[in-house]
Design a protein around this ligand. Structure first.
Ligand SMILES: NC(=O)c1ccc[n+]([C@@H]2O[C@H](COP(=O)([O-])OP(=O)(O)OC[C@H]3O[C@@H](n4cnc5c(N)ncnc54)[C@H](O)[C@@H]3O)[C@@H](O)[C@H]2O)c1
Ligand SMILES: O=P(O)(O)OC[C@@H](O)[C@@H](O)[C@H](O)[C@H](O)CO
Length: 382
């Protein structure tokens, strides 16, 4: 049986990428630091993926096992030697932490086999695999780097499937029925069910990140400010639905201009996604979707990049400024990044925080707009 190694046995790992490989007749070795999850994978060797919809539909995922990378590094290195694919879904900030072990695995692999290996980071980040590759290369010697050529391939990808936080006592995963996995390659690679291959990922990842994830972030932060618990509960408020649509029209105007998308089709894509977000079976928390606000305020991420691109193109960015202001008000105590961001705002003020987190000029029109919107949202919250 063909082998694949997947780093991150969390929501997307078990509920999406690992499930697709299992359905494609691969044995999936999950690598994770969560001992309980790894132990259960080895005990049960299977789990269920349940679709979040009215009709009962459950898929059994088989041929799975797990390795704890904190305690069993050698086993991970061994698994990397036998794999056809190596994928990740652990969160962009964790990629540098797993790179040294992947580098060791690749070094051993180059001594053992000429078989091809395909590495794909499945994270909500532009060029995540390129970033992972850079981190891996920091831990390789020149001989190994040269040996990788023509044997180890790095492909960027875009992943789309809403998977909420799960019951921690079970391996089973509740997922939305919809999914899309787009991989950038022109190589003739071994087939994986559900994987779509494209020559240029840019329009796909930007359309996904700046529609699905920008929209999701607007709902999460406005919902949090309004005291809502879930995404679908937040969307019961028509004012918030209208704000989401207006924000996505701003990102949409940039996407249409940049990639020559059909405007009508794109508006339909926006509406389709707003309907996806309303899925009450998902029970998806605003604090999950709003997690890690510092990452979400990064210069290349879902809020800042479309705003700076819109500004450059002379397009409207007022609703995006509102979304950034709502992000800056996210003060969920259990979110480490939210707490760090709030401490920065207290210490430096809003404009300097935006400059530090998003690279925005403190005197820019966009920063001024964010500060105005922040004050308005803050007053409304009181
Ligand atoms: N959940 C979604 O709806 C969704 C959809 C598309 C993309 N994504 C992206 O997928 C990635 C994973 O998201 P998720 O929702 O599955 O998160 P998650 O928290 O459910 O899963 C992450 C897993 O990584 C593990 N992990 C953390 N540090 C590790 C380390 N050093 N070594 C090995 N494992 C480690 C955690 O224990 C956890 O099991 C993120 O980049 C996210 O943006 C998520
Ligand atoms: O995973 P994040 O933190 O980058 O973003 C939160 C959600 O928007 C995200 O997980 C979506 O559910 C997912 O990207 C849908 O494909």
């Amino acid at each position: 049986m063909k082998q694949t190694v997947h780093f991150g046995a969390g929501n997307i790992g078990r509920g999406f990428i690992g499930a697709l490989f299992s359905e494609s007749h691969y044995h999936v070795t999950f690598v994770d630091v969560a001992t309980q999850v790894i132990d259960k994978l080895n005990e049960q060797q299977s789990y269920q993926v349940k679709l979040a919809q009215s009709k009962d539909e459950t898929i059994t995922i088989q041929n799975v096992s797990g390795i704890n990378n904190m305690t069993h590094e050698k086993d991970v290195i061994q698994a990397i030697q036998q794999a056809t694919y190596l994928t990740t879904a652990i969160g962009p900030n964790i990629l540098p932490r797993i790179a040294p072990l992947i580098a060791q695995g690749l070094t051993e692999r180059m001594l053992a086999t000429d078989e091809k290996l395909y590495i794909i980071a499945c994270e909500n980040q532009i060029a995540a695999t390129d970033i992972l590759k850079q981190h891996i290369f920091e831990h390789l010697d020149d001989t190994t780097k040269t040996a990788l050529e023509g044997k180890v391939y790095f492909f960027n990808s875009a992943v789309d499937r809403i998977v909420p936080i799960q019951n921690q006592n079970s391996l089973d995963v509740l997922v939305e029925p919809y999914f899309e996995w787009v991989v950038e390659t022109t190589e003739n690679i071994p087939p994986v069910t559900g994987m779509k291959m494209v020559a240029d990922l840019a329009p796909f990842i930007e359309r996904k990140l700046f529609t699905v994830n920008t929209g999701h972030a607007v709902i999460a932060y406005l919902g949090y400010l309004a005291g809502k618990k879930t995404i679908d509960e937040t969307l019961a408020d028509e004012h918030i639905v209208a704000e989401v649509r207006e924000t996505l029209k701003e990102t949409g105007a940039y996407l249409v201009k940049e990639y020559g998308l059909d405007e009508k089709e794109h508006l339909a894509y926006i509406d389709k996604n707003i309907e996806r977000f309303k899925n009450a079976y998902l029970d998806d928390g605003v604090t999950r979707v709003g997690r890690a606000p510092i990452r979400k305020l990064g210069p290349e991420d879902r809020l800042i990049r479309p705003a700076t691109q819109a500004q450059k193109a002379g397009l409207s960015y007022k609703h995006l400024a509102n979304a950034v202001a709502a992000t800056l008000l996210f003060d969920y105590p259990e979110d480490e990044e939210a707490m760090e961001m709030q401490a920065m705002i207290r210490e430096k003020g809003l404009a300097a925080t935006l400059n530090a987190l998003s690279g925005l000029d403190e005197k820019s029109e966009f920063t001024k707009e964010v500060v105005l919107r922040y004050k308005a949202l803050q007053n409304k919250r009181k």
